[in-house]
Design a binder for this molecule. Structure first.
Ligand code: ADP
Ligand code: MG
Length: 245
């Protein structure tokens, strides 16, 4: 489903953030990405949809391949349609209701008729338990509710893969559970996803594969049992001791 080859990203002259990353992800995989902050996790995720343009490397999602060395606008547009991102800070439009936020890309990008977009929006708001808040503006929703709308918006465009960048780290502790439950439900329905998270226990329970990033590289790659229960890499051990399991 996803193939990343020799991905690197350097900001400016010399800030080498991603260093020759390669991995493959299968359909229905739930992949958690762990690692210290500043290690390139967000940059890696953003390269997958060219929100961040890689310095070198090839990204393939589904049947769309984009090579950093020679990419066209049309290829990038096609690549972006393969995935949908859920952001740490929700990034909802403040002047649109929950329903309008979910409809937005369906109407403007996918050019769906309004009635159809609305039907799809309601279907996914229902899925994340937000149907009764469909006409609420973001300012009238809790962070957890906004993030569930963010998830509905991502699901609505029918992506091949969902990309989550620390979806719960901006939330008050009591709101984390509702968002994790929503993500868990999607994982159980075999939604392909890559989830950058600090929630180690959640990653242990929900992911079938874990990537540990350190210093711009994938330092460990394995099953939750291998990575969390029996870590071999010294940096990974240090990381797991440092964060709360
Ligand atoms: P993580 O998500 O693992 O915390 P990031 O991918 O956000 O890490 O950042 C990795 C490194 O790249 C950091 O040192 C950060 O300062 C740097 N970085 C990220 N985005 C930019 C940018 N647009 N310009 C310059 N440096 C950046
Ligand atoms: Mg980050």
């Amino acid at each position: 489903m996803i193939e990343v080859r020799n991905l690197s990203k350097t900001f400016g002259e010399s800030t080498e953030v991603l260093k020759d990353i390669s991995f493959r992800i299968n359909k229905n995989d739930v992949v958690a990405v762990l690692g210290p902050s500043g290690t390139g996790k967000s940059t890696m995720l953003r390269c997958l949809n060219y929100l961040c343009v890689p310095t070198t490397g090839t990204i393939r999602i589904g049947d769309v391949t984009v090579d950093a060395a020679h990419h066209t606008k049309a290829e990038v547009r096609n690549l972006r349609r393969q995935s949908a991102m859920v952001f740490q800070s929700y990034n909802l439009f403040k002047n649109k209701t929950a329903k309008e936020n979910v409809m937005e890309a369906l109407v403007t990008v996918q050019k769906k008729p309004k009635a159809e977009a609305e039907e799809i929006a309601l279907k996914f708001l229902k899925k994340v338990g937000m149907l009764d808040r469909q006409d609420f503006y973001p300012s009238k929703m809790s962070g957890g509710q906004q993030q569930r709308v963010g998830i509905a918006r991502a699901l609505a465009v029918n992506p091949n893969v969902l990309l989550f960048d620390e979806p719960t780290s901006a939330l008050d502790p009591e709101l984390v559970g509702e968002v994790l439950n929503t993500i868990k439900q999607l994982a159980e329905e075999e939604t392909t996803m890559i989830l950058v998270t600090h929630e180690i226990r959640f990653a242990r329970n929900v992911a079938n594969r874990i990537l540990f990033m350190d210093g711009g590289r994938i330092a460990a790659d394995g099953t939750p049992e291998e990575i969390i229960d029996a870590p071999q890499n010294p940096r990974l051990r240090q990381f797991l001791n440092f964060v709360s399991k």
